[in-house]
Design a protein around this ligand. Structure first.
Ligand code: PMT
Length: 405
């Protein structure tokens, strides 16, 4: 289940486009995340995909006819508009975008969009010439100026057989945009949060490097959770297989020195840093300029220490949150790092425990603060661990401001 979407009513407007079939996947994924999805379709959308498909994946009524005599109420659009915590129109055709820009209410989608005060996400999908038309661009700018969030379209092969801008954004981006719009006024609105993720790589020669098993999952989860709570997020990440999170400024680095530089610059105007990355503590003292050849003899690699990134950051104006990846004496070792690195708190994880640490989707952690305060969390999805960390960051930011006032 998802902190933002669980038990929330989401109005999903589906309009006439060949990409309608992708909206079934969106409705299904939103439902799996715990949302109560009210699907509204234009009559043209209902010609591309049957309302039954949406009913099947959401288990809920689907609304197509503005004048449906079977409807529970004569003002069905008002009921849906009022209970919606967010509305997403995906795919949004050029016609629907024009209707929305001009305040026309000609079908269940445009009618509900006009009646709701919930945040609205518009996900255009159309042929590239329609997309590039000045009327479409003008209408979109009008919607954006009124606060709508536009996601996509993406470039690629279109139904017309041409290649260009016009493909509906993928489901993860649509969900991320919806969550971002819903979290705009969240408890981190107006805050700048820096997050690090993943391993770093230190070259031995032209083809080999020293690294570790960090997948980036923990750090990416923190970055996404902060975005969903309204923060402006910079994610500094080492090499991972994860796609860049939507709505997050992502900086890619390879080495610990590069991560240190990117973090120092991102932290200049930041409120907090959550350092979930596993930067390499050492690097080969010399990097061979060509591949080291196998001779049958032993090879010795001398390691030089890398800078401690988080320890070098100013702790007076920045809430510094570290992680401790420990395999023995977890709490003692982690506690020592709080003072040594000047942290507000450290998130200690036993990387040898099942379901915890590197590469897993879950983590079991303990928060340890400079005051000695400890909070033991059960095994949780990394997304929920991320929110728990941010809950504490929010409290600390408020405390800090209370003390300064
Ligand atoms: O990426 P995943 O697969 O999801 O795995 C998550 C994780 C296990 C990598 C993550 O939960 C974690 O524990 N990250 C910290 C790993 C680590 O480097 O721990 P450490 O105890 O060596 O370092 C303590 C803190 O100092 C960390 O916040 C670390 O980011 C930071 N550090 C470490 C070395 C260095 N040169 N500079 C640093 O700032």
């Amino acid at each position: 289940m998802d902190r933002v979407l669980t038990e929330k009513h989401i109005a999903l407007g589906v309009t006439g486009s060949i990409a309608c079939y992708k909206a079934v996947d969106l409705a299904s994924k939103l439902t799996q995340l715990g949302a109560l999805v009210d699907v509204l379709m234009t009559p043209s959308a209902a010609r591309f995909v049957s309302p039954l498909s949406f009913r099947g994946v959401t288990g809920r009524a689907v609304f197509v006819d503005m004048f449906d005599p079977e409807s529970e109420t004569a003002e069905q659009h008002v009921v849906i508009a009022r209970r919606a915590a967010g509305m997403i129109i995906a795919p949004a055709s050029a016609t629907t975008i024009a209707r929305l820009a001009n305040g026309l209410a000609e079908d269940m989608v445009s009618l509900t969009a006009l009646a709701t005060t919930a945040p609205i996400v518009v996900a255009p999908a159309m042929d590239h010439q329609m997309w590039e038309h000045p009327a479409t661009q003008h209408n979109l700018r009008t919607l954006q100026a009124r606060g709508a969030l536009v996601v996509g379209p993406e470039e690629g092969r279109l139904a017309s057989g041409h290649t260009g801008m016009g493909r509906l954004a993928e489901t993860p981006a649509l969900i991320a945009a919806l969550k971002t719009a819903m979290g705009r006024h969240g408890d981190l609105a107006g805050r700048r949060i820096v997050v690090t993720a993943g391993p770093t790589r230190e070259a031995i020669d032209t083809v080999r490097f020293i690294s570790n098993y960090s997948s980036g999952k923990m750090g990416f989860a923190v970055a996404e959770a902060a975005r969903d709570r309204g923060a402006t997020v910079t994610l500094v990440t080492g090499p991972t297989a994860l796609p860049e999170p939507w709505g997050v400024m992502t900086v890619h680095v390879q080495t610990t020195a590069q991560m240190a530089e990117a973090v120092a610059s991102a932290c200049e105007d930041a409120d907090a840093i959550v350092m979930a990355a596993a930067p390499s503590d050492f690097r080969p003292a010399e990097v061979a300029s060509r591949k080291i050849k196998r001779t049958g003899e032993e090879v010795t690699i001398r390691l030089a220490p890398n800078p401690d990134i988080i320890a070098g950051l100013p702790g007076d104006r920045l809430i510094k949150v570290g992680f401790a990846a420990e395999s023995e004496d977890v709490l003692e070792n982690a506690e020592a790092k709080v003072a040594r690195k000047g942290l507000a708190f450290i998130v200690a994880n036993d990387v040898t425990a099942p379901g915890s640490g590197f590469g897993t989707d879950t983590n079991q952690v303990v928060f340890i603060e400079a005051s000695g305060r400890r909070e033991h969390l059960p095994l949780l999805p990394k997304s929920e661990v991320a929110h728990r960390i941010l809950d504490r960051v929010v409290e600390l930011l408020r405390e800090r401001e209370g003390t300064r006032a």
